[in-house]
Write a protein that binds this ligand. Structure first.
Ligand code: SF4
Length: 415
């Protein structure tokens, strides 16, 4: 979803402030894309399982859509897929955009989880990056969602916002814990140099508070402080950026069922601007040693909207397609699975990819353990807390030079 109320100064996602007149056309295009999912999957060489157990409406700010537009999108998903009764249906919302009508629409569509882009409970910090909400608005939204029966709420926080100090960060963490929400995501501010804040950091200026952005070391300290405080408050870290409370009277956590699919390499289909998909390869590609296909829509509203009709959309997706062979799938299993605190089971990887393939990583794993970035936990391999801070360096070590993510051009060459 590329629409937002305001553009946050640090953000370089495919989102922005657009005229409401564009919303309806866009919703129509996404619904058409959902209707064509079966044909598209076949065209892309993937297998489509029509049973769905998680739906996530995110990117941008979906709650700026009119209630009827939200209904059309979720209805299209229900009409084209078998949505299981226990499906986790999440919608990302910005505090201050959740009117009574929006909550009615969410409930009417079976939405049972809301992810709130809070970023900070300190008003000066949220305002400094262009957010329009205040602490009072956020707390009121949480109370209203709960009073209407949506208590599965996730709060996003950002460590490293302009003006953030150790003390003010503790205020945000304290409010988050006091709110009792079952899920929290904590991201370290990454300033893309093409964002307005990034440009100001490079070129100077005072409009976007660039002078007040904590440096990388302080941001890392803020992140570590969040891990510690949330853990003490009973919200357990289960992934580099994600934390959840245990399920009451049950087993497990209030983790994001949807995001777990990405980290455990289960298939998913994305629709709309900059939407990514991964499907298990169909028989023909499988026979050629390909285990999965990844593809994505264009990352701008203009590029996405340029495709008129099913064939044009399929052509766009085909141009983005990456064919994943066994070696690439193994690498993905490492660098996605290691994001989780439980890490990866080496025995399970050996069963899936063969003993020799895993043994090929023996030296890399030993070196990373030696460097204090990885550790064994029985049969499992996982990041240490230092490894979580330097995760990108760890993941890069699992990518081998000879790996070939077969691009379509290569596939064409060999066919
Ligand atoms: S609300 Fe999210 S997507 Fe929209 S501008 Fe802000 S950070 Fe970017």
């Amino acid at each position: 979803m590329p629409f937002c109320r305001t553009k946050c100064s640090f953000c370089n996602f495919a989102s922005g402030v657009f005229s409401r007149a564009l919303f309806d056309r866009y919703v129509g295009q996404v619904c058409a894309e959902i209707d064509a999912a079966n044909d598209t999957a076949r065209e892309l060489g993937g297998q489509l399982d029509r049973r769905v157990d998680s739906i996530y409406l995110g990117g941008g700010t979906p709650s700026v859509l009119a209630p009827d537009q939200l209904r059309r999108l979720l209805q299209a998903a229900r009409e084209n897929f078998e949505v299981e009764p226990t499906t986790e249906i999440t919608v990302e919302c910005a505090p201050g955009t959740i009117s009574g009508e929006v909550i009615d629409a969410l409930l009417g569509c079976g939405v049972n989880r809301v992810s709130l882009g809070v970023q900070s409970f300190v008003d000066k910090e949220s305002a400094s990056v262009g957010r329009l909400h205040t602490r009072a608005i956020t707390l009121d939204d949480i109370a209203r969602l709960r009073s209407r029966g949506i208590s599965n709420i996730s709060i996003d926080l950002i460590a490293g916002l302009p003006h953030q100090t150790e003390e003010s960060w503790q205020l945000s963490l304290g409010d988050t814990l006091a709110s009792g929400v079952p899920h929290v995501s904590v991201y370290m501010l990454e300033v893309d140099e093409d964002s307005r804040l990034g440009t100001e950091l490079l070129a100077g200026g005072s409009r976007y508070h660039a002078h007040f952005v904590p440096d990388d070391d302080r941001t890392a300290d803020l992140y570590l402080a969040a891990c510690e405080r949330l853990e003490q408050g009973g919200v357990q870290q289960y992934e580099i950026s994600n934390f959840a409370r245990p399920v009451t009277h049950g087993i497990g956590l209030h983790d994001s069922k949807h995001n777990l699919k990405y980290w455990t390499r289960q298939p998913y289909l994305g629709f709309g601007v900059d939407a990514h998909s991964m499907l298990v390869a169909g028989d023909d590609l499988h026979a050629a040693g390909i285990v999965a296909v990844r593809f994505a829509t264009p990352d701008s509203l203009e590029g996405y909207s340029a495709a008129n009709g099913v064939a044009a959309r399929a052509e766009q997706l085909l141009a983005s397609r990456t064919l994943v062979d066994t070696q690439a799938a193994l690498e993905e299993s490492f660098f996605l699975g290691l994001r989780l605190n439980r890490g990866v089971s080496l025995a399970a990887l050996k069963a899936q990819f063969g003993e020799a393939a895993i043994d090929g990583y023996h030296t890399v794993i030993a070196d990373l353990i030696q460097d204090g970035l990885l550790e064994h936990d029985g049969d499992r391999l996982r990041l240490t807390s230092r490894g979580r801070l330097l995760s990108n360096e760890v993941f890069a070590r699992f990518l081998r030079e000879e790996t070939i993510h077969h691009r379509d051009t290569e596939a064409q060459r060999s066919s």
